[in-house]
Design a protein around this ligand. Structure first.
Ligand code: ADP
Ligand code: S3P
Ligand code: MG
Length: 203
């Protein structure tokens, strides 16, 4: 059984060992840090700060997809459908998983949808689920113009988005080594996670 201990803002930043063999952050295999979670959970904001704390290169998958496609996420969805976006996302993840340099990767909220992606995340890194209750996410997204380049947020009403959140949540938990309740500031989250992750990668 895999186990992901809840750790959270202000809490005791602990992490349980998924395989019980003390070898999760294997230097050859699970060297990256992946942030997963729903839209607005803070993957991009915290990822940038966490990379700085850990002295690692940061990759934001959405930014990279936009750079490579030379069009916005909304434009990719419009021209290629969600399927086209998911194909680009899966291809990028496959490349990142092979990257030798240890990275901090801010994923997009839908990266967990494809089983092959879930396998890759687990095989090549420590996966951190940034857990935020739906009501907070809805508030964050609707107040911060979260619709600007989030086609799914624009398409869904509150009830549909809540349903999407419910379905996704099980998948975030399935891949997570760590669950972090991201309810304080991004700076606090980055500092807490850096402390915990340094422990992981040093043992
Ligand atoms: N603790 C927190 N961590 C990260 N972002 C937060 C936090 N509290 C509020 N926010 C706000 O929530 C939004 C998170 O957006 P973003 O980092 O793009 O999320 P994601 O990449 O998961 O979709 C930003 O507007 C950020 O300022
Ligand atoms: O949840 C999703 O399916 C998506 C989340 C977005 O990323 P953020 O989670 O960073 O907003 C982006 O990848 C795309 O709009 C699809
Ligand atoms: Mg993001």
């Amino acid at each position: 059984m895999r186990d992901a201990s809840p750790v959270g803002s202000g809490g005791d930043a602990r992490a349980s060992d998924r395989q019980g063999d003390g070898n999760r952050a294997d230097a050859r295999g699970r060297r990256h840090v992946y942030l997963v979670g729903f839209m607005g959970a803070g993957k991009s904001t915290v990822g940038r700060l966490l990379a700085r704390e850990l002295g690692r290169r940061w990759v934001d998958m959405d930014t990279e997809i936009v750079r490579e496609a030379r069009r916005s996420i909304a434009a990719i969805f419009a021209a290629e459908g969600e399927e086209g976006f998911r194909r680009r996302e899966a291809e990028l993840l496959a490349r990142l998983a092979e990257e030798e340099t240890p990275l901090v990767v801010s994923t997009g909220g839908g990266v967990v949808l494809r089983p092959e992606n879930r396998e890759r995340l687990r095989a090549s890194g420590i996966v951190v689920y940034l857990e935020v209750p739906f009501s907070n996410l809805w508030k964050r997204l609707s107040e911060s113009g979260g619709h600007s380049d989030r086609p799914l947020f624009s398409l869904d009403d509150e009830a549909s988005l809540r349903e999407r959140f419910r379905t996704r949540e099980a998948l975030y938990r399935e891949v997570a080594d760590l669950v972090y309740a991201n309810l304080d500031t991004p700076e606090r989250a980055a500092a807490d996670l850096a402390r915990t992750l340094k422990g992981f990668f040093c043992r």
